[in-house]
Ligand binder design. Structure first.
Ligand SMILES: *Cc1c(COP(=O)(O)O)cnc(C)c1O
Length: 398
């Protein structure tokens, strides 16, 4: 392709690009978009920490004391705050140790790429997050076995297949490793991985387990300790990946695991070695967020109160809200054009909830994904739901 042809193609692609709404306020219960105040009904700020006064104060103090950025963790960038954050995350998650990276995406890349080689075996849920898919690709592993979403019978079939493959030694003379990877909460439907069954199958077939708890962190389990706590499986999942960008409202990702494994991640992870550390402000914000969660479960309790209230309202009105077991509440509409129109009308009526369409979900499974947060009052939820009802009647959905 010539350079001209390339730029012609790029110009065509650029025409198709969707422009996001531009937010001109903080990410609280309401947002200001183009000067218009709208209910924030679809963000992953589960706990309302994006506007938390204590966290804002902690960031101000830390920046005043320590400045802005640090550097590469292995060179001159490991700050006291990074170490404190890792310690507090390990304690919070009831794990031996933790490593912090600049995102959940980075954490998934680290977790898989560091321990999995070409001749190992990865077994992955069909609906795992894109960052897991990329992590598996990056590892170069040849044997990728995909099991049907949440289907533990199919998982066992794949484990049997893996066991046969694993009888052949790798070129280094060792037997291949088998790693099972799953999302904890699946972000489009809000359904949960059957972790107890996955762990017991992993034990039966001598496989390692990894769970990506991005939407479970700060949401599930005692005081938001995540899916492993929710199922009381402490110490039984080898690798837990978390994000600090959803319930924590900051940015960053982390892995908790056994002490030695974390040491090896810090020694070998390319995302850790060749990419800069989390800034002082992010690190201080995350540290304060963990502190708040360790002191009280009030935010998590409020999130779940709101979740139950919201789901009950939608159900009563006759909306199809899927099978979610988390605050994620898909309002199933099916048709892509209808979902887009529905969302546009909601916006007109003061509610911000974006449509979710192909390729994020299947073509006939378009929806609007509503997520309540601890920053909503019952009145906010009443308002949001009543606007959904209004639009649904106008568009003849109900
Ligand atoms: C959001 C998300 C990520 C990415 O996390 P970032 O911190 O935004 O990089 C990874 N995995 C899952 C399941 C997610 O939902």
């Amino acid at each position: 392709m010539t350079k001209d042809a390339f730029y012609t193609e790029i110009a065509q692609l650029a025409k198709l690009a969707n422009e996001p709404r531009i937010i001109g306020s903080s990410e609280g219960a309401y947002l200001t978009i183009n000067g218009k105040k709208v209910l924030n009904f679809c963000s992953s700020h589960y706990l309302g920490f994006a506007t938390d006064e204590r966290i804002i104060k902690a960031v101000q103090l830390a920046v005043k004391e320590y400045g802005i950025g640090t550097g590469y963790r292995t060179l001159a960038g490991t700050h006291l705050l990074h170490v404190e954050l890792e310690k507090s995350l390990a304690r919070f998650k009831n794990a031996e140790d933790a490593i912090v990276l600049t995102g959940g995406y980075m954490a998934n890349l680290t977790a898989v790429q560091t321990i999995i080689g070409k001749e190992d075996i990865v077994i992955s849920d069909a609906l795992n997050h894109a960052s897991i898919i990329d992590a598996v690709r990056l590892s170069g592993v040849k044997n990728k076995l995909i099991y049907k979403h949440l289907d533990t019978n199919d998982l066992e079939e794949k484990l049997k297949e893996a066991k046969i493959i694993a009888q052949t030694k790798r070129s280094d003379g060792k037997f291949p490793l088998i790693l099972i990877i799953t999302d904890g909460v699946f972000s489009m439907d809000g359904d949960l991985a059957p972790l107890p069954e996955i762990v017991s199958l992993a034990n039966k077939y001598e496989a390692l387990t990894m769970v990506d708890d991005a939407h479970g962190e700060g949401v599930l389990g005692k005081g938001g300790r995540g899916i492993v706590d929710h199922f009381n499986l402490h110490g039984q999942v080898d690798i837990e990946v978390g994000t600090l960008s959803k319930a924590f409202s900051v940015m960053g990702g982390f892995i908790t695991a056994k002490k030695d494994l974390i040491k090896v991640f810090k020694q070998k992870s390319r995302q850790f070695l060749f990419s800069n550390a989390l800034t002082i402000a992010d690190t201080a914000a995350n540290f304060e967020a963990v502190k708040i969660l360790e002191e009280s479960d009030q935010h998590v309790v409020k999130l779940w109160d709101n979740t139950k209230y919201l789901k009950a309202q939608f159900k009563q009105l006759g909306f199809d809200i899927g099978q979610s077991k988390s605050p994620i509440t898909p309002i199933m509409l099916g048709d892509e054009q209808l979902s887009k129109e529905f969302s546009a009308k909601l916006f007109e009526y003061g509610v911000f909830a974006t449509p979710i369409v192909f390729p994020m979900v299947a073509k006939d499974a378009s929806r609007i994904r509503v997520i309540p947060s601890a920053s909503h009052s019952k009145n906010d939820i009443d308002f949001g739901v009543s606007q959904f009802e209004k639009v649904a009647k106008e568009l003849k959905v109900l």
